[in-house]
Design a protein around this ligand. Structure first.
Ligand code: GLN
Length: 296
């Protein structure tokens, strides 16, 4: 062993590779899922380097950085998700801030945006879009960014979530009009004019919430998860309450949980909408349902 290395070891100073190895082992032993990825992503974000570079960084990590890394690993040991520790999540082209008032945007929801983009394109690329329950703004901001001719509105019942979503929209450099609303109450200004309605409502059955992974159960805002006794409460409300806002022929794109697509399409049909079909996510599961309102 060369002298500097021996010195480093004596002072407990380690390089990135050694830190990651130790952290990944502790996470794995504690049964934390994605232990290695968690250890790598946290350190690469902390050091501002790519994940692939961690293995080749020879210089020791500073004491301050190592202490912060240790604090972050302790949080991960408590099953706090990596995105919450970092306060940011990647979603399509976006880097979004998040906090305790917002759900972590999921990769599944990227496919819901894809479904919306397809609908927007079929309508000629410029339309008025409304995202209900926007959270961090992931869906609304993506649509505004990827289809700049659209006029995008978004609601949330949480003032804190809306503030965060607004910052995310500003950081992305897109305009989204945010409205505080319990679903769509108070949006009379949009009457008869929404052409594309999208939502990722809370859809977990109340009784299933205790069975969720700790990362979700203990860290996502309960109000963003709880879909009532059968998980479908918000779909019924959306179908009933959005009609006054919809333009004739409006398209609806709603994210659904596993196994809910048929039930939600049927609820929509009974409420007077035309079921059009489903859009699958990367895993091949129907993740969004598509419906149409009125003639058009
Ligand atoms: N997709 C989230 C989960 O299953 C739930 C989000 C929601 O209820 N819309 O963890």
């Amino acid at each position: 062993m060369t002298e500097p290395r021996a010195k480093q070891a004596r002072h407990g100073i380690r390089n990135a590779r050694q830190l990651v190895r130790g952290a990944a082992r502790r996470l794995q032993e504690a049964g934390v899922p994605e232990s290695r990825v968690s250890a790598e992503v946290l350190l690469s974000e902390l050091l501002g380097v790519g994940r692939g570079d961690l293995a080749v960084l020879e210089e020791p990590v500073s004491e301050e950085q190592a202490a912060l890394y240790e604090a972050w690993i302790s949080r991960r040991l408590e099953r706090e998700p990596v995105q919450r520790i970092l306060g940011l999540a990647y979603f399509r082209n976006l880097e979004l801030k998040l906090d305790k008032h917002t759900l972590i945007p999921r990769p599944d929801t990227e496919s819901v945006v894809e479904a919306v983009l397809g609908v927007v394109d079929r309508r000629g690329g410029s339309c008025r879009v409304l995202d209900i329950g926007t959270g961090s703004g992931a869906i609304a901001i993506s649509i505004a960014q990827e289809r700049p001719l659209c006029e995008v509105h978004a609601t949330d019942e949480s003032e804190e979530a809306l503030e965060l979503a607004l910052r995310n929209a500003e950081d992305t450099g897109v305009a989204v009009r945010f409205h505080r609303a319990d679903l769509v109450s108070g949006l009379e200004g949009l009457a008869d004019s929404v052409e594309v309605l999208v939502s990722n409502p809370p859809y977990i059955r109340s009784t299933d919430i205790p069975k969720l992974a700790p990362e979700v159960r203990d860290w996502d805002p309960p109000a963003a998860l709880d879909g009532g006794p059968d998980g479908l409460v918000f779909y019924r409300r959306i179908f009933a309450e959005v009609k006054p806002l919809l333009a004739s022929g409006a398209d609806l794109v709603l994210e659904v949980g596993d196994g809910q697509a048929e039930d939600v399409l049927e609820l929509g049909r009974r409420a007077g909408y035309v079921p059009l079909g489903t859009h699958v996510d990367l895993a091949g599961s129907p993740r969004a349902v598509l419906l149409r309102w009125g003639a058009g």
